[in-house]
Design a binder for this molecule. Structure first.
Ligand code: TYD
Ligand code: MG
Length: 460
């Protein structure tokens, strides 16, 4: 049997079998203390939080049941009034689920949550708890966003027990917590925002969701250095994890689902930050392609699947003769190793001597292309920059590139072609193999190629 843990770090909650001066996990000094006889918690009654996700207290003597004997009710969903968010959630929020909304500070998480209140408070009692802003500040923001005020309750509080008490008194259907890093349990000695606190408070909120059917939205900050305990440590606990991403300087924001117990992941929702708050962008391809340079070398458009939705993306490459011993390579929005592989394939199978070039690779609009279907467009952009010849403006390229330079077919080709056509492109470069069954929209000319040599010969 494993030895019982006797020591823990008050800073990060890390458990150790013996005392140490420095915590090996968070490297803080003098934070290891001996665990009090029973648990870290002072109040013994509060330990109901260790109950299983089903909401039943432990040790209630329940027997395992056959799968067929478990009675089910279809999950109840409700719409949040923002269809981009609903899609990312898999068709609306599920009643009694816990959704974590993560993102960098200032990206617009509080704004998004306050905006959905407008629709939610039409049919539900909503409690918005903020440990970051005063009720007055929230009200000012709500007025700016023109949020209706009936059915929406505000509470500026960061003590977990007070929040739970307010929930038990008000009995809201929906609880929004902004943010998990400011919420703290006074029974723990760790500082608010530390791993121990963040985990404990999330467990308590999970109990509310599973045990009492309250739908909970929790905001969690993520910072680049990862120095604050954030959504990452909570991903396994919650039902659904959404990340709100985007560049501070740019106005558009991408909401991405990375975990969803009730729907597909990799779905994205696109918003634009305006004076009146977040505005949905139902047609992201148009936004991502706006301002695309015409008749310029080094750019090519492709179509990737974001969940079930095809989205057009522009990939750019700049190749210049290097003045270093080792060529400089950077990649933004495209997997670095994959880009290096494509450069090698281009040299060996395409016959372009790119090995002595610096290569700068970029995907426009903060998109992250992690799909092999973008390979062909990347190869075309690289070759176009190398030869200094533009790719026709009305052309897109879709296909995976293998190590021998062969082109491989990709999934959901019909949907991609229809999106390409919808956005006004007239030509599409696709792999010859495996593309026979795809439905081709009228007016879209397909250029079928077997390998990158043929692709380069057809265009450059
Ligand atoms: P916020 O929702 O407070 O970010 P988070 O909660 O993720 O930290 O958003 C803050 C930014 O959004 C801030 O820089 C101002 C901008 N903003 C607008 O541009 N328009 C608006 O209507 C609102 C409410 C905010
Ligand atoms: Mg905020």
């Amino acid at each position: 049997m494993k030895a019982k843990t006797l020591f823990y770090c008050t800073e990060c909650g890390n458990e150790l079998p013996k005392w140490a001066g420095q915590c090996p996990a968070c490297r803080a000094w003098n934070t290891i203390v001996e665990r009090p006889a029973e648990s870290v918690r002072k109040k013994p009654g509060a330990s109901v939080r260790s109950a299983p996700a089903g909401g039943l207290p432990p040790g209630s003597g329940r027997m395992p049941r056959r799968l067929g004997e478990v009675e089910t009710t279809r999950e109840l969903r409700f719409e949040t009034g923002m269809s981009e968010l609903d899609r990312v959630l898999g068709g609306g929020a599920v009643k009694g689920s816990l959704v974590l909304v993560g993102g960098a500070p200032g990206i617009g998480k509080s704004t998004l949550m306050l905006q959905i209140c407008d629709q939610l408070c039409r049919f539900a009692t909503v409690l918005y708890v903020s440990g970051e802003e005063s009720e007055r500040q929230i009200k000012l923001r709500a007025e700016r966003l023109q949020i209706r005020d009936d059915g929406l309750y505000l509470l500026s509080e960061s003590n977990l027990d007070d929040v739970l008490e307010a929930v038990h008194t008000l009995k809201p259907d929906i609880l929004i917590v902004d943010s998990i890093q400011t919420l703290y349990n006074g029974d723990l000695t760790a500082a608010p925002g530390s791993i121990g606190q963040v985990k404990d408070c999330t467990m308590a909120l999970m109990q509310l969701a599973k045990g009492e059917g309250v739908t909970v939205f929790v905001i969690g900050h993520v910072n680049k250095e990862g120095s604050i305990a954030g959504p990452k440590v909570l991903e396994h606990m919650v039902d659904c994890v959404l990340y709100f991403e985007g560049e501070q300087q740019m106005t558009h924001r991408i909401l991405r689902s990375v975990k969803n117990r009730f729907g597909a992941t990799n779905e994205i929702g696109v918003f634009e930050m305006a004076d009146q708050g977040l505005v949905e962008v139902p047609n992201p391809s148009e936004l991502l392609l706006s301002g695309r340079p015409q008749d310029t070398p080094g750019t090519c458009v492709t179509c990737v699947m974001e969940g079930v939705r095809p989205v057009l993306a522009e990939v750019q490459a700049l190749l210049t003769p290097t003045s270093f011993n080792v060529p400089r390579r950077t990649s933004n929005g495209f997997d670095f190793n994959r880009a290096m592989m494509l450069l090698a394939v281009l040299e060996k199978r395409g016959g372009l001597m790119v090995g002595s070039c610096d290569a700068y690779i970029n995907v426009i609009g903060g998109l992250n292309l992690d799909e092999p279907a973008a390979d062909l467009a990347m190869v075309m952009a690289l070759a176009s920059s190398f030869r200094d010849k533009p790719i026709p403006d009305d052309l897109t390229a879709i296909g995976e590139v293998g190590l021998t330079g062969e082109l491989r077919s990709v999934g959901a080709l019909s949907q991609r072609l229809s999106e390409v056509h919808r956005m006004g492109f007239t030509k599409c470069l696709i792999p010859a193999r495996g593309s026979q069954s795809a439905a081709v929209p009228e007016g879209l000319h397909l250029i079928r190629v077997r390998n990158i040599r043929e692709a380069l010969a057809a265009l450059l």
